[in-house]
Design a protein around this ligand. Structure first.
Ligand SMILES: *[C@@H]1O[C@H](CO)[C@@H](O)[C@H](O)[C@H]1NC(C)=O
Ligand SMILES: *[C@@H]1O[C@H](CO)[C@@H](O)[C@H](O)[C@H]1NC(C)=O
Ligand SMILES: *[C@@H]1O[C@H](CO)[C@@H](O)[C@H](O)[C@H]1NC(C)=O
Ligand SMILES: *[C@@H]1O[C@H](CO)[C@@H](O)[C@H](O)[C@H]1NC(C)=O
Ligand SMILES: *[C@@H]1O[C@H](CO)[C@@H](O)[C@H](O)[C@H]1NC(C)=O
Ligand SMILES: *[C@@H]1O[C@H](CO)[C@@H](O)[C@H](O)[C@H]1NC(C)=O
Length: 828
């Protein structure tokens, strides 16, 4: 640094003949008297970013750019003079006479300027640790590089659409990797304010994200809210600017970049490999190209990469000379005389779509049926859709850019004339029925019988069939072929999950014998097993409702097996056959927390130190899931029976990632299974199906209160006060009488100050409003009694309003959305 300072002051003196000696603190700023010559750089105060002149590969042109100071200094995140490089090394970056930041060439010609109109020259420029270059005029920020991005998004940027001036800050790709000049692709918020992100190719739409539903972009296939990307849409109504921003979960450097080829990718710096790793990339199938199949038509990707996509007219539309048009005119379009006796217009549902562009949002239409009515009333309405998190969308303009997702997507209701909706009845001659129908019926009967007895048959045929499959199709890695069935290494450092054969698992559990039955877990029965090597395992046999195919299941399990933390139960591997899907976990001898906590005798075994240790362990496990793991998983079913205890009564969270394995996508309209357990569900999740890390925080808060009080939230009612658990906690905590809330069986072993802190934490976590709840990182700080002052929790009114009658069943599995499916009592 000293050498560096010296260099800056030397160049300053030489180039400007300045009389003022350079200050040593000025290495992150440029002031009127301290321009930056080629060869010098400034570094942000914390040493994160660096700014100076650079030349791209295979070029001698000089550009002012910003790069990472400590690592990957060839990653240029911003360029000033993209259009007009300095041809040799005699350029400089300076504050001009008008107060603007300028890039000058050797002859002091202005190659680039920040271009704001300023009254005074009293400006300085500073490079911040976020990578933002700000220009301040008398302490007021008048210009910043974050508002004029190049091709890179950095956390903290808020580039967007100004709703008052329509000014739209967009990203522009570079021409090629080696040429920072603006390329032809731009990315930004759709100017029509539809909360979509667009990529334009020379100004023409190339790709769009679909609308934001408060969790994900509904047009991005495979974007799952369980894997929290950290995107947020700002409160644009309040700020008059609409932008998306990104909340990083850890301090690992990351960036989004619009590549010269016109695709977005999200990269994260990997310290161990010293390279950027892609953690997300925009899907790039042909159907993703904007309106690939034209208006009124859907695009379906070919089965294999490289197959060309299929274009089909929408239901009820036929290909005309111009494109797809409605076959039968709508009733409402026709003149009145014709319409007599006509069937009314109706809607045809198409599932699994990337909804078309150019939708209009209808305010105050709160349900699918209201939305349908709205559409029906307006003849220019061609279609509608109702999306959770968005509401009612109708289409009155052209239907453009429709695309069938291979998985997920939304329901789309397209308006058709009534006659189009009637299934055509084919008249079948009677003789034909007799000749073909009777034999067909008997065949059908046989099939039915076979179907009814299929279980028995399968049981009979089981062994030979499996062997046959194994020999027929060994390449799939399923059907009992042990692909990677290695003995567990003593270091336990394996990250790949193992495929267990059915035979191995069956042998380990003595054929799933009832003596090995551990209990009925949330997703199916659990058995204890013993592997030949002597390792004890717990086998979870998933109930049949798992919505995924085997490939998907396999992928998910591989991902989830990579989540490893001392407070998570280790997933050792899986076994998957056509009907049987099993997860193999490490075995936890002490069973689950609820066995102890809610048992009059066993709860005595949990003294305060043990309980505190359990709370802290759960918090750390959750923090890992939410923030530190690669996948960023929301658990969605945190509860006492999902906390297992090891030999030393350390807590281990189980069943994480199950929402994923069960194939529920983040797209709420398609989510048939929003899984949670009554008593642990946050208000926004229970009522709107919206989930986020804060829903887990809520469940964690309930757990904390349960651990402190020793009562089960779902059934507890104070015998005298008729208050539920949360209400009790609130009452005693606000009355400074926390000990009254504490489990009597451990009152002697605890300190008031510690339990008070835990109750306050619990109450903070169960606040009604998700954004007032702490993150798990803050929760841990609160738990450890950090010196920081934490806001007092607000009274959780949701918990108070719940009527007594609702709190009856224990641990009822609750499926929101469409139906209350099964009620499985979790009695583990
Ligand atoms: C940069 O590297 C130095 C030494 O390797 C280290 O001490 C410093 O914390 C790093 N700074 C940043 C911002 O990573
Ligand atoms: C990046 O670092 C390498 C070696 O550390 C150095 O040779 C090179 O000049 C640096 N590039 C920039 C633009 O600072
Ligand atoms: C750099 O280029 C400018 C013209 O753009 C010229 O006037 C100047 O002499 C050159 N300086 C060097 C060191 O070549
Ligand atoms: C320039 O701004 C600084 C604060 O940024 C202020 O202290 C100083 O008085 C200003 N000078 C003039 C000439 O306005
Ligand atoms: C799409 O369908 C609508 C309704 O039939 C029609 O008005 C429109 O012209 C069609 N668009 C094209 C490009 O054919
Ligand atoms: C029909 O819907 C379109 C689009 O939302 C709207 O512009 C138009 O005013 C509506 N017409 C009527 C009669 O409501």
């Amino acid at each position: 640094m000293d050498y560096f300072d010296l260099f800056v002051s030397l160049t300053t003196t030489i180039f400007l003949c300045s009389l003022i000696p350079s200050s040593h603190a000025a290495t992150s700023t440029i002031s009127p008297n301290q321009p930056l010559a080629d060869g010098g750089t400034i570094v942000s105060p914390g040493g994160v970013f660096e700014l100076g002149f650079f030349s791209p590969l295979r070029s001698t042109n000089r550009y002012i750019g910003i790069w990472y100071h400590n690592f990957s200094n060839s990653t240029i995140v911003w360029v000033a003079n993209r259009n007009s490089p300095v041809s040799n090394t005699s350029g400089s970056l300076a504050i001009a006479g008008d107060g603007n930041l300028v890039v000058l060439d050797g002859q002091q010609r202005v190659m680039w300027t920040s271009g704001v109109s300023l009254k005074t020259r009293n400006t300085t420029a500073a490079l911040l640790d976020t990578g933002n270059l700000v220009l301040r005029n008398s302490e007021v920020v008048v210009w910043q590089s974050f508002d004029h991005p190049a091709d890179t998004y950095l956390p903290g940027m808020k580039p967007g659409l100004n709703l008052l001036t329509n000014e739209n800050h967009q990203f522009t790709s570079r021409r090629s990797e080696d040429d920072p000049a603006p390329g032809k692709f731009t990315l930004g918020i759709n100017p029509d304010r539809s909360t979509q992100i667009f990529i334009w190719d020379d100004g023409e739409p190339r790709w769009r994200s679909g609308r934001w539903n408060e969790q994900i972009f509904i047009g991005v296939e495979g974007m799952l809210a369980e894997y929290i990307y950290g995107f947020r849409l700002n409160n644009f109504a309040l700020e008059n600017v609409m932008y998306f921003y990104y909340n990083p979960f850890n301090s690992t450097p990351q960036r989004f970049v619009l590549s010269p080829a016109g695709f977005v990718e999200h990269l994260e710096w990997q310290e161990d490999s010293n390279s950027w790793q892609q953690i997300w990339a925009q899907p790039v199938t042909e159907c993703e190209l904007y309106n690939k199949c034209g208006n009124n038509a859907t695009c379906t990707n070919g089965r294999n990469d490289g197959d060309s996509p299929t274009c089909d007219c929408l239901k009820g539309y036929v290909r005309g000379s111009e494109g797809c048009v409605r076959r039968t005119p709508l009733q409402c379009e026709r003149r009145e005389g014709d319409a007599a006796g006509e069937k009314k217009d109706g809607f045809y549902r198409i599932e699994g779509l990337k909804l078309p562009d150019l939708s209009d949002w209808v305010a105050g239409s709160a349900s699918l049926s209201q939305c349908e009515e709205t559409c029906l009333r307006n003849c220019s309405c061609k279609a509608y859709s109702f999306v959770t998190g968005i509401g009612c969308l109708i289409w009155a303009r052209e239907l453009m850019d429709l695309h069938f997702f291979s998985d997920g997507g939304n329901d789309f209701y397209v308006r058709l004339a009534g006659s189009e909706l009637v299934e055509k009845k084919v008249k079948v001659p009677v003789l034909l029925i007799v000749v073909i129908g009777l034999p067909a019926l008997s065949v059908l009967g046989c099939i039915c019988l076979l179907w009814i007895f299929r279980r028995k048959l399968r049981a009979l045929l089981k062994r030979p069939k499996r062997q046959e499959e194994a020999s027929v199709n060994p390449s799939t890695g399923f059907s009992g072929v042990p692909v990677n069935e290695e003995e567990e290494g003593s270091d336990g450092k394996r990250t790949e999950s193992t495929v267990f054969s059915f035979e191995t698992v069956a042998a380990a559990t003595s054929n799933f014998s009832s003596s090995n039955f551990l209990g009925e877990g949330g997703f199916g029965p659990v058995y204890k097993g013993l592997l030949p090597g002597g390792q004890e395992i717990a086998v979870k046999r998933l109930s049949n409702s798992s919505g995924q195919g085997i490939e998907q299941f396999k992928n998910e399990v591989h991902l989830i097996a990579k989540l490893q933390h001392r407070n998570l139960v280790r997933l050792l591997g899986f076994c998957a056959q056509r009907d049987d899907k099993m997860l193999v976990y490490e075995y936890m001898p002490n069973k689950s927390l609820d066995d102890f906590l809610f048992d009059q005798n066993k709860k005595r075994l949990l003294d305060w130190n043990t309980r505190y240790n359990i709370i802290e362990g759960i918090a750390r496990g959750l923090l890992y899931l939410h923030r530190d793991s690669r996948l960023r998983v929301i658990h969605r079913d945190m509860k006492a029976s999902n906390i297992l205890l090891d030999d030393s009564v350390n807590p281990k969270i189980s069943d994480f990632g199950m929402a994923k394995i069960f194939g529920s996508d983040g797209n709420e309209t398609k989510t048939k299974r929003v899984v949670g357990t009554y008593g642990y569900m946050s208000p926004e999740y229970a009522m709107q199906g919206l989930f986020s890390v804060k829903s887990d925080v809520y469940s964690f808060g309930i757990l904390v209160l349960e651990i402190v009080s020793g009562h089960r939230n779902s059934i507890y009612q104070h015998p005298d006060l008729y208050l539920n658990l949360i209400a009790c906690a609130w009452k005693f905590w606000t009355e400074d009488n926390v000990m009254e809330f504490v489990d009597p069986s451990m009152r002697d072993s605890c300190l008031l100050i510690d339990v008070s802190r835990c109750v306050q934490l619990g109450l903070s976590c169960v606040q009604d409003r998700a954004n007032e709840r702490p993150t798990m990182a803050t929760a841990i700080m609160m738990l450890e009694g950090g010196t920081m002052a934490h806001p007092m929790p607000r009274q959780p009114t949701f918990a108070f309003e719940r009527s007594i009658g609702e709190t009856v069943s224990t641990d009822q599995r609750f499926i929101s959305g469409n139906s209350l499916m099964t009620t499985m009592v979790s009695g583990r």
